[in-house]
Design a protein around this ligand. Structure first.
Ligand code: ZN
Length: 157
């Protein structure tokens, strides 16, 4: 167990025990999306408010394993207040990190991905998502966020 893996584990546990942006925004006006991961039993409720092309507010509800809940908490802190192009870029970066892990049958973290600056604390998730089944836990809240943004985009021509 390396120091970096220890640090990553600490970040995951911290967000699991003290989740950020926990709760539900009143809906309406907030947009509400539910996600479910049957492989693990994780549930997530993402409520979000978009104002002037910016993700003005986001809250996370639901229950599940430490990976799903800490990933949702990390996501909420990373995207809250960002412009929608910034949010989409972060989602793209995060999901590429996850899909590289999905492709890694060895379960090894590729060196070049360690602690990428643009991910900040989100990099912690690469330290635990070593098995394909856990990737669904880590991406659950992100998929709900993307679904919500798409639904909002369709609702506002
Ligand atoms: Zn899970």
């Amino acid at each position: 167990m390396s120091d970096l893996e220890d640090l990553y584990r600490e970040i995951i546990l911290d967000h699991y025990r003290s989740p950020r942006n926990r709760g539900e925004l009143p809906s309406p006006p907030a947009h509400r999306v539910e996600g479910f991961n049957p492989l693990c039993g994780d549930e997530v409720v993402v409520t979000m408010v978009v104002e002037d092309d910016r993700l003005a507010d986001i809250k996370i509800g639901g229950t599940g394993c430490s990976i799903s809940q800490s990933s949702a908490s990390l996501m909420s802190g990373a995207v809250k207040g960002k412009t929608l192009p910034e949010v989409r870029e972060l989602v793209r970066t995060f999901k590429s990190m996850m899909s590289i892990h999905e492709a890694s049958l060895e379960g090894e973290v590729p060196d070049e991905l360690l602690n990428p600056a643009e991910l900040g604390e989100l990099a912690a998730l690469q330290g635990v998502v070593k098995f394909p089944v856990r990737i669904k836990c880590a991406t659950l809240s992100w998929n709900a966020l993307v679904q919500g943004l798409e639904e909002l985009a369709q609702a506002t021509p």
